[in-house]
Design a binder for this molecule. Structure first.
Ligand SMILES: [Zn+2]
Length: 283
């Protein structure tokens, strides 16, 4: 499968998680960061407050009423920049993430089960791949569809960028399996991504993500066998269809693919320490 029809649906209705789009559109953040709100019996958990933009923070506080906790899906700046400014304006609620360095309070861990009140609950999934600290949240509530907040592991349009060493294609494949299993276990019918619209066909999307990566990986494996063992050679031979403005992303993908082929399959590839220390190009 080489193409996929990305649906364009509205955010969930008034009962479920609410949503505000942050004003930080860009090549990596697409329409901007999705800030999600999980209702509790006393207020809201704010997920991914996004950029430190005063207007965005005011909108968050207005919608939330009481900010009970601030959660982040992963360490990239377009998700975490506003955590501390928001906490300062909202009565210093706990800030929770997988990475203890980001937290003020208890970190979140894979398989944590958190009751939100009124029968609603969240199960935390540790889903490394985009970053090693990426987590997702399965939200369930009475009379509502199961929903999975995916952070940047699944985007509402396109596919996620993986930049080693924080990102790992090997972890990514395992996390796709974990998300698919969680969708089955909890009746998830909506994926709520870190960027771009809600997706209403979770299993199809996750299977597309897997097949898309496996297809590319097969092409890269073939290129390596033919002697194209560097990121630049792979971009030239495998990603020659990438538009010029995303060539840099193609090069990062090539590095991730070569890294995976070396780590998981023992292939002889040429990667420099510098290429493997590339900083994430996020906004
Ligand atoms: Zn992001």
């Amino acid at each position: 499968m080489s193409s996929f029809a990305w649906p364009d649906t509205a955010p969930p209705g008034p009962l479920g998680p609410k949503h505000i789009l942050a004003p930080n559109p860009g090549p990596m953040s697409l329409d901007g960061t999705n800030t999600w709100f999980l209702p509790t019996d006393g207020g809201m958990i704010v997920v991914d407050p996004g950029p430190d933009d005063p207007g965005h923070l005011s909108a968050i506080i207005e919608l939330a009423g009481t900010v009970e906790e601030i959660w982040v899906t992963h360490r990239h700046i377009d998700h975490i920049e506003a955590t501390r400014p928001l906490a300062a304006r909202a009565g210093n609620p706990p800030i929770r993430a997988f990475d203890p360095d980001l937290c003020v309070g208890e970190p979140l861990r894979g398989d944590d089960q958190i009751e939100l009140g009124n029968g609603a609950a969240v199960r935390v999934l540790h889903i490394p791949g985009h970053t090693d600290d990426s987590i997702g949240f399965v939200h369930t509530a009475p009379e509502e569809p199961g929903r999975l907040l995916t952070g940047d592991m699944v985007l509402g349009r396109g596919t996620t960028v993986i930049v080693p060493p924080d990102g790992s294609l090997t972890s990514y494949f395992a996390s796709l399996d974990l998300m698919e299993q969680a969708c089955h276990d909890h009746g998830v019918t909506e994926l709520l991504p870190g960027h771009a619209p809600v997706l209403t066909t979770p299993i199809e999307v996750l299977q597309y993500y897997r097949s898309h990566r496996r297809e590319r990986l097969a092409q890269v494996r073939a290129a390596v066998s033919a002697g194209h063992r560097t990121p630049d050679a792979v971009v030239e031979h495998v990603y020659d269809d990438a538009p010029a403005n995303v060539k840099f992303a193609a090069r990062l993908s090539a590095i991730a693919q070569l890294h995976h082929l070396r780590e998981a399959e023992g292939l002889d590839v040429e990667l420099t320490a510098e290429q493997l220390a590339h900083p994430y190009p996020g906004s």
